[in-house]
Each structure stands twice: as structure tokens, then as C-alpha cells.
Design a protein around this ligand. Structure first.
Ligand code: ACM
Length: 384
């Protein structure tokens, strides 16, 4: 490969700061895919070279580094961002220079940029299924807790609207705490929860403070069998920060869990462990960061260029056998067809998958068609 120009791609995943546990796992997903592509001969004999910067979990750094990658490092494509605030900071830069961002994180939906490919779940691929599951199994009196930024505000709004379609429903409270909130801060909310007795808690808390929330819940002596926490962001990575057993019995909706019982998933996890060791924490955002990098490389192979005009027609409609199943980029809205699943945390910090879609679900980021009871993918119940 030495005689051909390498292809430089930008990587913006936080390696430090409040979302670095998940950011580092996203980085590993991207690096694993790049390694696989290069070991298989690169793209038409050209090696992919990651140009990597650490935005330190702050939106302003994401925006600065996106511009640095484009202007100084001269990349055409950037893989990155976790918090929606960071994506919203990067999009104007990407659009100004007409470059491409691959975004591997679930988010609140209601967005489209012709310069972004969204490979995490939209609300019709996680919130709708989670609302249906939680209200059917526990009841419709919900207590909403989030970190203080855009994804939690919007995701809680959507969850509130979905739950309120149920008889007997009630939104008991909607509380926001800073990204660096402590267990003590969440302890005060637990006192309120003790009084209001919701049927379930919906958490849109992200990053390091996720552990503080779940620990405060455990310290309060609550029982997940009768009043669990449900989330879209509490993954194997956050659970690993909590301490043994703290998250057991709580629920998360996601297209990917480490525990997916398929050959494709097992093989991918084995390659990850071989290259990055046993301490890596694969999760929904790791998997999206992994498969989107392969989708890029396959599109580049067909386009012969990573210029957005040449590349985009080969990304839209493209498919890939990801660890979660065969995914597809929807040409009409740039989001991804994914497999909704619901997992309950077991005693080892892994998820027992209790519901899953038989087929992938088209992304509907504007929730045009989806309401409770109108969910196109009724989830299959798994007996495990
Ligand atoms: C998120 O902020 N999209 C998790």
C-alpha cells in the first residue's frame, strides 16, 4: 500500500471529560473497522489513516476541532460526536465547508442535514418501543430525569407524549441536573421520587453522572422489579462505571447489546478483544461507530473519491452486515434502518434481551407515523 496515497479521515470522539467512557468505546469501534479495512488491502490499495483529536466532551472544542480537521488536516469526512450539543456545534462547520459527518449516536430526531449520515437510533426505533414496553409492564405514571442539554429535553418531551397516550398516565415530574451532577445531587431527587411513587423512571442522564443516578437509586433502597429506570443511553459502558450489581434489573432500549446471540456479533467482539484487550466496553455507540466506518469505505470503493458529491450516492441506500443485523442507510432522510431491542441488566452488567424486532425498522426521525399501538415493528418476546 506504500506507493498509493493514504485516505485521511477525521476522528472526533471524546477521550477525556464527562462522556469519555462512551467516547473511547466509539473510538475503538472506528479504529477496529479501519484496521479491518486496511488489513484487507485498504480501499483500492489505499490505506485509511485516522486523524484523531480529543474534543474533551465540550461542544466548543468539537466545533474548533472539526474546522481544524477540515482546514488544517484537509479531511473530507469526519466520524464523531456523542452528545447532541456537540453534533449541533459541528453541523454548521461541516455545512460551511460542504464536508461529511458520520454520527453514530442515538438522538432526539427532528433533524436533517444533507452533510450528515445518522447511524444511531431515531425515536421511532427506541423511544416508541420503550414506552410501549414500560407502560404495558409497569404502568404509565412516569418520572423524567435528564442531564441539562438538548437531547434530554427533547427525548423527555417525546417520551412524555408517548406515555400520555395511555389511560391512567401521568407525568409526575421533569428534572434536569448538570453533566457533572453527583450522587448527592441525585439523592435529593430520590426523596421526591419516594413521595411521588412513579411506575417507572425515564432517564436521559448521560456520561459519568449516569453512575451517580443509579447509585443514588440503589442507596435509596428502591426496587427495580416494581419501579425500574428505563433509558436509551445507559449502556454496558456506563454500567461498568457503577459498581457491581448497581444497575441490575433496569431497562435500556437499543439496537445493539453485547449479548446479541449471533455469529457476526461474536466474531466482531472476538476481533475487538484481540486488538483492544478485555477492558473495552462495546455498546450501541461502539457498534454504530464500527459499522458506519465500513459503510464509508464500501462507498468510497464504488465512488473512487471521498468528496461528498461523489460519495453520497453510494452511501444512500447502502447496506452492511453489522453485529446487530443487516443495516441500511435510508436515502430519503440519511438515517439508518436498525433493529429495536429492549434489554434488562443482569447481575454481571450485561443485558438480557427481553424484546427484539424481527426485521429492521425504517428511521422516522420526525415521528410522522408512529404513536403507541401504531408501532410497525411489534417486538418479539424472547424467553431467556
Ligand atoms: C445524545 O445526546 N444524542 C445522547
Amino acid at each position: 500500500m506504500a506507493d498509493k496515497d493514504p485516505i485521511r479521515v477525521g476522528i472526533l470522539y471524546s477521550e477525556t471529560g464527562v462522556t469519555s467512557t462512551i467516547g473511547l468505546s466509539q473510538l475503538q469501534g472506528a479504529l477496529l473497522a479501519i484496521q479491518e479495512i486496511n488489513e484487507a488491502g485498504g480501499v483500492e490499495g489505499r490505506e485509511i489513516v485516522p486523524v484523531r483529536h480529543d474534543p474533551q466532551s465540550t461542544s466548543a472544542r468539537y466545533a474548533e476541532l472539526a474546522e481544524h480537521l477540515i482546514v488544517h488536516d484537509r479531511v473530507n469526512v469526519i466520524f464523531g460526536c456523542y452528545m447532541s450539543s456537540s453534533r449541533k456545534a459541528v453541523i454548521p462547520i461541516i455545512e460551511k465547508w460542504n464536508k461529511l459527518l458520520f454520527y453514530p449516536t442515538l438522538y432526539e430526531g427532528f433533524e436533517y442535514s444533507g452533510n450528515v449520515i445518522y447511524t444511531g437510533a431515531a425515536p421511532n426505533q427506541n423511544s416508541v418501543q420503550l414506552a410501549e414496553f414500560m407502560t404495558s409492564n409497569f404502568g404509565a405514571r412516569v418520572y423524567l430525569i435528564g442531564s441539562d442539554y438538548i437531547y434530554p429535553y427533547e427525548s423527555n418531551r417525546i417520551m412524555g407524549e408517548l406515555v400520555l397516550q395511555r389511560p391512567g398516565s401521568e407525568k409526575l415530574a421533569e428534572r434536569y441536573l448538570p453533566l457533572d451532577a453527583t450522587e448527592k445531587d441525585y439523592g435529593a431527587i430520590m426523596n421526591d421520587i419516594r413521595e411521588k411513587r412513579p411506575d417507572f423512571i425515564f432517564s436521559t442522564v448521560v456520561g459519568d453522572s449516569t453512575a451517580a443516578l443509579y447509585r443514588a437509586y440503589a442507596d435509596a433502597g428502591f426496587d427495580p422489579r416494581t419501579m425500574p429506570i428505563a433509558s436509551l443511553t445507559t449502556s454496558e459502558a456506563e454500567i461498568s462505571q457503577m459498581g457491581h450489581g448497581v444497575a441490575t434489573g433496569h431497562f435500556t432500549a437499543a439496537p445493539y447489546f453485547q449479548s446479541i446471540d449471533s455469529e457476526a456479533n461474536r466474531q466482531c467482539l472476538a476481533r475487538l478483544r484481540k486488538n483492544f484487550g478485555e477492558s473495552s466496553m462495546p455498546n450501541l455507540c461502539w457498534e454504530a461507530a464500527y459499522f458506519q466506518t465500513h459503510i464509508f469505505a464500501n462507498a468510497f470503493r464504488r465512488a473512487g473519491s471521498d468528496g461528498i458529491a461523489e460519495l453520497m450516492p453510494h452511501i444512500l441506500g447502502s447496506e452492511f452486515d453489522a453485529p446487530q443485523g443487516r443495516v441500511k442507510i435510508d436515502p430519503s432522510n440519511h438515517h439508518t434502518c436498525l433493529y429495536p431491542r429492549i434489554g434488562r441488566v443482569d447481575a454481571s452488567g450485561q443485558f438480557t434481551i427481553v424484546r427484539q424486532a424481527k426485521r429492521s425498522v425504517y428511521p422516522d426521525p420526525y415521528l410522522v407515523a408512529h404513536s403507541l399501538g401504531d408501532c410497525t415493528a411489534k417486538l418479539e418476546t424472547l424467553e431467556r
